[in-house]
Structures are given as C-alpha cells and as structure tokens.
Design a protein around this ligand. Structure first.
Ligand code: FMN
Length: 351
C-alpha cells in the first residue's frame, strides 16, 4: 500500500502553508497551521541565523507538531561597483518620494546566510526542510537525510523536477505560473518557465516517482480538488494564508490583496532582480521600462530601504505585494476557517 505524503509527514490534511519570506510566517501563523492538521512553514529566506533560531524556538514552544523551514539556495553574482552605482541611482526618485536618505549599501560584502541557516535547521531537528531557487548540494542532502529530515525541492518544469529527484529530494513542489512570490526557476530564464499548473502537475507526475505538491492559485476546495485530481499528493498555498488573521503580513498588504483584481497581478524583477508575481503598484509601474536592475540578490538589497520605509509609512505603493493570480478568492479569516472551508467543502463534494 502506498503511504501518502501527508501520512508520511503525520498531517491530517494534504495542505502546506507556503513559506513566505519577508516576515509573514511568524510563530502565530506557522503554529496555527500545524495545529489545524496541515504543515506550517517558516520562510527563512532573508533571515539572519540568530532570528531563525529564535523563530524555530517560538514555533516549538507553541506546538510539538511538525513544521517546515524553507531556505533560498544561494546565487552568487559578479557585478562591478559602477553597475551597482547605476542601479542605485535609478532608485533615487523612489527614495526621494519616501524621504529616505542613506548611503549606498556595500553590496560587495554581502554574504548569504544559507550555510548557517542549514546548520541551525540540522541542530534544531526541524523535521521538514524545503528549498527554492535551486538544489541543495549532494553533501547537504546526505547530511539532512542522515538526520531523518524530509526534503522538499521546488520545480517550475519537468526538467527541474527530474534534476531534483536525481539529487535525492523526498517530494517536489510543482510551482505553476499562477503562484505568488518569486519564481523558483533554476534551470534557465524564468520567462520560459511560466507553465500553468494544469500543464505542469500532470507532466511532472508522469516523469518523477516522488510525491508532487501543487502550488499556484490554489485558494479553496475547488482548486484543492483539481490539484489532487491532476496527480498532486498535496497542495502548497501562499496567498490564501497571507490574508489570514494569524499571518504577520503588513495590514496594508493584506488589504491590497483582499481588494486586488486578477488582472492587476503581474510578474516583475524590479524589487529583487528575480521574477516574482505581485500586485502592480506605483513602484512596479515606474520601473516597467527600467533596464538598470541588478540581478538577485543585489537588487533586493538595493530596494530594502524603500520597502522598509513604505511599510513604516503604510504606503502599499512602494511595498512588494507578492500575490498569486486568484486574489479575488482571498478572505480575511482565521487559519481554522480557511482549512475547514477547504476540507468540509471537499467532503461534501465527495458525498
Ligand atoms: C508573499 C509570498 C512569499 C513567498 N515566499 C516564498 C519563499 O520564501 N519560499 C518559497 O519557496 N516560496 C515562496 N513563495 C511561493 C510559494 O511557495 C507558492 O509557490 C505560492 O504561494 C503559490 O501560489 P499562491 O500564492 O497563489 O498560493 C511565496 C509566495 C508568496 C505569496
């Protein structure tokens, strides 16, 4: 008999709350999701190692149930001081608009926290670790497996899924083009990896033998059922959890998602240098034809002060409003209400 993914992870329901880096997945959200019978995930992407350690302890203090930590596989970029200066200057109108005065950040000295974060998840015995933007190294996979950690990779094409399976991951998130947030693409230009979930999930299912988790535009029982019907063993939902009461997303951000239309959601590299899906605002509009954008993670570092000032000033026009393609289906509700609505509607549909 096949053991399903959620049974392996000791979950009541095959639902994973997407890791959402940038301060959204605090202890309240992650623990509420795990307590609801699903898998809560910490989006550790940009976190300082010390902050990640504290957050893991806070989640553990709330629940003994399993949860995941998500890491960004690092990418190194070689850019010159003059290229940095040009991209920095291109952002001056936005800093001016928000009244920011700062000196250019020393990007050359930027180091990824990835290896230290990985040490922490191993030390803290985190049961599930997921990755995006690339594949963990073979030695890292071996080390995680030796410790019994369940490993999840992210793919936006069949080729990426095959590479991840070969690397030894235990399950694969198939991230459709509907998905909010950054594209997880690591095998070529992300503009060539914008496959809808309807195409992506069954094709990945046919080419790998590990369980597939569908992500992108899944908001309610209808899309949950559809994803399972396509062959996924579980779903990963970001936008739907972002507007829950327990999420730590900025109130203006939640409002923007709750009021957005599907045709306002676009893919942009302006905030971080890597394509991500979010609600079009004044910043994205202004940067539309801008070519002076650094690759990720450098652009992300350059726009940090803008995003921070915008949050302090409650100004959603300059925040990164990552959001999937189904914002009209978002609700202001508790995690329990969201999960119950999916599970109960699903049960009713089956009877
Ligand atoms: C605000 C936000 C932040 C995200 N951050 C991450 C992240 O840190 N790591 C990751 O693997 N995926 C991240 N994602 C992508 C999700 O894993 C998932 O692919 C996406 O949320 C699915 O689409 P949906 O938002 O329509 O549910 C993020 C998504 C959103 C909406």
């Amino acid at each position: 008999m096949t053991i399903l993914l959620h049974e392996k992870l000791k979950l009541r329901y095959p639902i994973i709350q997407a890791p959402m880096a940038g301060g959204i997945t605090g202890p309240e959200l992650v623990s509420a999701v795990s307590k609801s019978g699903c898998l809560g995930s910490i989006g550790a992407g940009y976190m300082k190692p010390g902050d990640l350690s504290s957050l893991i302890s806070e989640v553990k203090a709330e629940t003994e149930l399993p949860f995941a930590v998500n890491l960004f596989v690092p990418e190194s970029q070689n850019v010159s001081e003059s290229e940095i200066k040009v991209a920095y200057d291109a952002l001056q109108p936005y800093r001016g608009e928000l009244g920011i005065s700062e000196t250019m950040p020393a990007l050359q000295e930027m180091a990824s926290p990835y290896h230290e974060q990985l040490e922490i998840v191993l030390r803290e015995n985190v049961p599930v670790v997921s990755f995006t933007f690339g594949m963990p190294a073979s030695e890292e996979v071996r080390e995680l497996k030796n410790q019994g950690v369940f490993i999840i990779g992210t793919a936006t094409s069949v080729m990426e899924a095959i590479l991840l399976e070969d690397r030894g991951v235990d399950a694969i998130v198939a991230q459709g083009s509907e998905a909010g947030g950054h594209r997880g693409t690591f095998s070529g230009p992300s503009s060539q990896h914008l496959l809808g979930l309807m195409s992506l999930v069954p094709q990945i299912c046919d080419f790998v033998s590990v369980p597939v988790i569908a992500a992108g535009g899944i908001m309610d029982a209808r899309s949950f059922r559809a994803a399972l019907q396509l062959g996924a063993q579980a779903v990963q939902m970001g936008t739907a959890f972002l507007t829950t009461h327990e999420s730590s997303a900025h109130p203006a951000y939640k409002e923007a998602v709750l009021n957005a239309r599907e045709d306002q959601v676009v893919v942009t590299a302006a905030f971080s240098g890597k394509e991500a899906r979010g609600i079009k605002n004044q910043f994205i509009h202004g940067m539309e034809n801008e070519t002076r954008i650094l690759p990720y993670p450098l652009q992300n570092e350059l726009t940090k002060s803008i995003r921070k000032a915008a949050a302090e000033q409650n100004d959603a026009e300059f925040m990164s409003l990552w959001c999937g393609q189904s914002p009209r289906l978002s609700r202001s509700q508790s995690v329990e209400e969201l999960v119950n609505s999916i599970i109960h509607a699903n049960k009713e549909a089956r009877t």
